[in-house]
Write a protein that binds this ligand. Structure first.
Ligand code: SF4
Length: 281
């Protein structure tokens, strides 16, 4: 699926700049911060500068758009993996302006704007009721608390597609108050991506939490993508090394999880791979 990105649910990844500041528990082990540090970029935190890019970088999506257009396809662009497009800093405003222009100029690309700051969207996005057909707006919700805080803010916006990234999933999420009136809802949730955390210090995603999201998507006609288990996955081998027991509060039972790493753990949930996508607008 991904051509110029290692993320399964997108064809390309575009970063208008690098750098960000942490805002919630989902950010605790931010891979983007770790990667930036690894390549010598000090761009994390409120007082650090951001890393900006030149014309060659900004021309890349124009090429992707031509390629998609030539084969009559729509290609998805994840924006941004190394930043948050709606981080409210004035030094980012000129870059944001360039991004809005680029989005308008690339009508064969669907831009997936994922933010942990949905409260800034109204002020920083140039659209009100006139969101372009090629923007999907998403927010991260890692547990119920952050669903309560961020989801109502996301659903205020008339983006053509709205999605949730429940990754890293850190607790159960009951979406019933936002899904039960889907038919009547002006701006419903179209897509949910769920996944566990990977890397050093990764926190486990319990199977009941993932199943709960999958089942709510099924009941509410929401597309569901299960990205990965992450570092921890359920196991039957209770005596193996790296095994711990956790209380699964959704299923009301102990579950045994093993720290095998994300490659071994894979992305199958109850024997099935979940790669659903909403249709493009
Ligand atoms: S909002 Fe995203 S990019 Fe920014 S610190 Fe949090 S996880 Fe990292």
């Amino acid at each position: 699926m991904a051509k110029n990105s290692s993320i399964e649910w997108t064809h390309h990844t575009f970063n208008p700049w690098w750098g960000c500041a942490k805002v919630s528990p989902a950010c605790a082990h931010c891979y983007a911060e770790a990667w930036a540090k690894r390549v010598g970029q000090n761009v994390w935190g409120g007082s650090a500068d951001r890393r900006f890019f030149g014309d060659k970088h900004w021309a890349e999506p124009l090429k992707w758009n031509e390629e998609a257009e030539a084969i009559g396809a729509r290609h998805r662009v994840f924006c941004a993996s190394m930043a948050d497009v709606f981080e409210p800093r004035t030094d980012l405003d000129p870059e944001r302006e360039k991004l809005w222009t680029l989005i308008q100029a690339t009508s064969s690309l669907d831009w997936l704007l994922l933010t942990k700051r949905p409260g800034s969207v109204g002020r920083l996005a140039p659209w009100r009721s006139d969101w372009p057909h090629n923007v999907w707006l998403g927010t991260t919700v890692e547990n119920q608390l952050w669903a309560e805080r961020r989801l109502p803010l996301l659903l205020q916006h008339a983006a053509r597609r709205r999605f949730l990234s429940c990754e890293p999933l850190l607790g159960p999420i009951d979406l019933s108050k936002w899904t039960k009136n889907r038919a009547a809802d002006l701006h419903p949730i179209d897509w949910i991506i769920a996944g566990g955390e990977s890397g050093p210090g990764a926190r486990p995603m319990l199977p009941g939490w993932a199943r709960q999201l999958r089942d709510q998507c099924g009941a509410a006609d929401i597309s569901f993508h299960f990205k990965q288990w992450g570092h921890w996955a359920p196991t039957e081998s209770v005596s193996a090394v790296g095994v711990e027991k956790f209380w699964d509060d959704v299923e009301g039972r102990d579950v045994t999880m093993r720290a095998n790493g994300k490659k071994v753990n894979g992305r199958s949930l109850d024997g099935q791979t979940w790669d659903q996508l909403p249709v493009a607008a």
